[in-house]
Design a protein around this ligand. Structure first.
Ligand SMILES: [Zn+2]
Ligand SMILES: [Zn+2]
Length: 262
C-alpha cells in the first residue's frame, strides 16, 4: 500500500474509532435494534466494498485524475489560477455532484432499489456511514471518475475529497450527543448528525430532504433543507417502511435488498 493508501486508511480508522467511542460514551438516542447484529452486517458490507474497490478500481479515481492531468483534460486544466483556488473549487464541485447523485438515487426507481439498503438500517450510528450497496459504490465511483475527468481535478484534490467525504459520512451518521449551540454553528459548514438523521426518517417527506454529506449549502440552496424532524429527534422513527425488521440487517438480506418488495 502506498503513502496515499496509508493516509486514507489511517484517517478513516481514526475517525471511526473516535466516533464509535463518542457515541458509546454520550449517545444521542437509545438504540432500538441489536447492535451486534447491525454492526456484523454493516462491517461485512464495508469489507466487501473495500475488496471490490481494490480489485476493480486499483488506484481508482486518483489514477483517472493523474491521467487527465497528464493529458491536460478537463475544465480546471484549461484555466490559469492559483492552485489553492483550483483545489477548493474542485472539492466543492465534487461535493455538489455527490449531492446531485444522491437525489438521483432517490428519484430513479431502479437506483432507489440499490440505495434502499442504506435507509433500511433500524438505528443510526457510525456503522451506518459505511452501509452502502456494492452496486451503489460502483456507480458512484464511475460518476466520480467522469466528474474528475470533466472538471480536470488534480490527484491531490481527489485524495483530499475522498478523505473528507469518508470522514464526514462517519461523523454525520454517528449517534453522538452534542450541545445544540455547537450543532447550530457547525451546521453552517458541515452536515451534522442531527441534520443527516432527518434523512433517515421513515416519514417520506423527511427521507427526501437533507441529501448533503459534506457541506449543508446545497440543501439550503435548492430547497431540500429540513432543520428538525417533525416528531423531534427522540420521537422520530429511523428506517424504511416495509423493512422495519432486524432480519434485513443480515449480510445476504442486505445484498439482495434491491430484489425485495419493500
Ligand atoms: Zn438517501
Ligand atoms: Zn445516510
Amino acid at each position: 500500500m502506498g503513502t496515499e493508501g496509508l493516509i486514507r486508511v489511517g484517517a478513516y480508522l481514526s475517525v471511526l474509532v473516535i466516533m464509535a467511542t463518542w457515541e458509546l460514551l454520550a449517545p444521542r438516542r437509545p438504540l432500538t435494534a441489536s447492535k451486534l447484529c447491525r454492526w456484523g452486517g454493516n462491517l461485512t458490507i464495508v469489507i466487501l466494498n473495500t475488496v471490490i474497490a481494490r480489485l476493480f478500481f486499483m488506484g481508482g479515481v486518483v489514477a483517472v485524475a493523474a491521467m487527465g492531468q497528464e493529458r491536460g483534460w478537463g475544465l480546471l486544466n484549461w484555466v490559469e489560477g492559483p492552485v489553492w483556488l483550483e483545489f477548493g473549487l474542485a472539492v466543492v464541485a465534487l461535493d455538489f455532484i455527490i449531492y446531485c447523485q444522491h437525489q438521483v438515487f432517490h428519484l430513479v426507481p431502479i437506483l432507489w432499489r440499490f440505495h434502499m439498503m442504506h435507509h433500511s438500517d433500524l438505528d443510526l450510528d457510525v456503522s451506518s456511514g459505511v452501509r452502502f450497496h456494492p452496486v451503489e459504490i460502483v456507480i458512484s465511483t464511475v460518476v466520480k471518475a467522469a466528474a474528475v475527468l470533466a472538471l480536470g481535478v488534480a490527484p491531490l484534490a481527489v485524495v483530499t475529497f475522498e478523505i473528507v467525504l469518508n470522514a464526514t459520512a462517519l461523523f454525520n451518521h454517528s449517534n453522538v450527543q452534542m450541545p445544540v449551540s455547537l450543532d447550530r454553528v457547525l451546521r453552517w459548514f458541515v452536515v451534522t448528525p442531527d441534520m443527516h438523521r432527518i434523512h433517515h426518517s421513515v416519514d417520506v417527506r423527511e427521507t427526501n430532504s437533507n441529501y448533503g454529506f459534506n457541506v449543508p449549502w446545497w440543501d439550503r440552496l435548492f430547497g431540500t433543507y429540513q432543520a428538525q424532524p417533525a416528531a423531534g429527534h427522540d420521537g422520530m422513527t429511523i428506517g424504511l417502511n416495509g423493512f422495519m425488521d432486524i432480519r434485513y440487517a443480515r449480510f445476504w438480506r442486505m445484498i439482495l435488498n434491491p430484489l425485495e418488495k419493500g
